[in-house]
Design a protein around this ligand. Structure first.
Ligand code: BG6
Length: 484
């Protein structure tokens, strides 16, 4: 058996514009849905839904508040000004790839302009130039929880079909302007999460939906995203044959709590639902059982006459996904529950959890890889995986052995999956540097190999510091996994 990962394996890290850049109102950038997300110190940090919920009133209040005090995503970690320093640190770790997103509102402040903001294009061109100089391959997400707020308010986000055109215009500019630098494109981050947080993902405010039609609107918006994703895939393929486009799924592994048939049945339902999104984007059609289920629930998706043909013709080249934890499922309503990545699931008694209650399950990653490869037979990429933890500085150092243990166990399982034949082409950790949490807007939920001196209120120097895990990951990349 080969000791190392496949030749050319894309080791690296992943970030998103709205969680790192800051500079929320600089150089012509417009407001995005992320810029109105508040840090809520009084909310239980394990209660995701309380963090994600937002009202029209809260949005209006945020829009008239020019400060960044309670809106940590407006600050990020100042990547906007410090990107050279951060890229240099990633290069020092030996990164082959960096997954990052382009903030739609830096290029199209309201989403409706016909021409892009030159300063926005210039910023990303400079970032990509620097990455090229450092030999870091960009993997670019076009939509990572940062759609223009204006589209959300005016059209209830992706619910209105016209947003497809706005997005395609934005994506085309990215594909054309950055053709020289970018080969790997991802359309929508965790496209399935539209059901769990419709505002962050798709700008949907349930208050704007007709009463009783809230769910219908979410499915309609999702359909528009599917179509947009296919249209963008087409454009990328036509632009340059080297372009590879991927979909991006939150891989939510669910196990039956016991072998009671009801637990198994409920688990099967969850897992089928989780695969639905990749089914559409990889196979090019809605699974017949999903269509039946929608019909049974009285949900009717409005489709244009050629939508199905578009979905079928322009499928993705590879499947990327995030993997953080697994959940159990049970027919017993009393079963103990625990939080995970934007979900609440049944607690698995065999698994430890992070400080935020997410269950740590490296073996689940191997199971996910095998299941996904068996089902889709396209190259796979893990584009998010990591643990949010409280880090302590001791005599100027951060000894994050828990993080090393987390990654090391996950990498071993990836290797085992590769050894049984899974075509895994890359891995980008979430996140290589501390950033603002998507769910809770905390910086103190730390993910990085690199520490950022900032707290949840925005105090600190924002200086960077290497944690112990920095050198450990550097060695993994240097030896292509042989040092595991
Ligand atoms: C994924 C998102 O769901 O989870 C990231 O794509 C996010 O944007 C990551 O940061 C971790 O979640 P959180 O809430 O801890 O930031």
């Amino acid at each position: 058996m080969n000791e190392t990962f496949p030749k050319g394996f894309l080791w690296g890290g992943a970030i998103a514009a709205n969680q790192v850049e800051g500079g929320w109102n600089l150089d012509g950038k417009g407001l995005s849905v992320a810029d109105v997300a508040t840090y809520k110190p009084h909310v239980d940090n394990k209660d995701y839904s309380a963090h994600a919920s937002i009202t029209k009133e809260a949005i209006e209040q945020a829009m008239s508040d020019p400060s960044d005090q309670w809106y940590p995503k407006r600050r990020g970690i100042d990547f906007y000004h410090r990107y050279k320093e951060d890229l240099a640190l990633f290069a020092e770790m030996g990164f082959k790839a960096l997954r990052l997103s382009i903030a739609w509102t830096r290029l199209f402040p309201t989403g409706e302009e016909l021409e892009p903001n030159k300063k926005g294009v210039e910023f990303y061109r400079n970032v990509f130039k620097e990455m090229k100089r450092l030999n870091i391959e960009p993997i670019v997400t076009l939509s990572h929880y940062e759609m223009p707020l204006s589209l959300s308010i005016n059209y209830n986000g992706w619910v209105e079909r016209r947003v497809i055109d706005d997005f395609v215009r934005f994506a085309s500019v990215c594909i054309n302007e950055f053709d020289e630098y970018v080969d790997y494109w991802l359309t929508f981050n965790e496209i399935d999460s539209i059901h769990r947080h419709p505002f962050t993902t798709a700008g949907i405010l349930s208050e704007l939906s007709e009463k009783g039609k809230e769910e219908q609107d979410v499915y309609q918006a999702l359909h528009h995203q599917f179509v947009a994703s296919s249209l963008v895939t087409k454009i990328a393929h036509e632009k340059n044959s080297k372009n590879k486009v991927g979909c991006m799924l939150t891989k939510l592994m669910t196990y039956p709590l016991t072998c009671a048939p009801i637990d198994v049945e409920l688990t099967q339902k969850k897992n089928l639902e989780n695969n639905f999104y990749a089914d559409v984007q990889v196979k090019g059609e809605y699974p017949s059982m999903i269509e039946k289920d929608l019909e049974n629930r009285g949900i009717f998706i409005n489709m244009a006459s050629d939508d199905r043909e578009i979905l079928k013709k322009h499928t993705v080249d590879f499947l990327s996904f995030s993997y953080y934890m697994s959940m159990a499922e049970s027919g017993n309503p009393e079963a103990e529950r625990t939080p995970g990545n934007t979900v609440l699931g049944v607690k698995n008694p065999y698994l430890p959890s992070t400080d935020w209650g997410w269950q740590i399950d490296p073996k689940g990653l191997k199971i996910a890889l095998i299941e996904l490869y068996d089902r889709y037979q396209v190259p796979l990429m893990i584009v998010e995986n990591g643990m949010g933890a409280v880090d302590k500085i001791e005599e100027g150092k951060i000894h994050d052995a828990y993080r090393v243990a987390y990654f090391s166990e996950h990498f071993k399982q990836m290797k085992e999956a590769i050894d049984v034949g899974v075509n895994l082409i890359g891995y980008t950790s979430w996140a290589p540097i501390d950033l603002v949490s998507a769910g809770t807007s905390q910086v103190s939920k730390r993910y990085g190999f690199i520490y950022v001196d900032a707290d949840d209120e925005g105090n600190g120097t924002y200086n960077r510091m290497k944690k112990d895990s920095f050198d450990w990951y550097k060695k993994i990349i240097q030896t292509n996994g042989a040092s595991l």
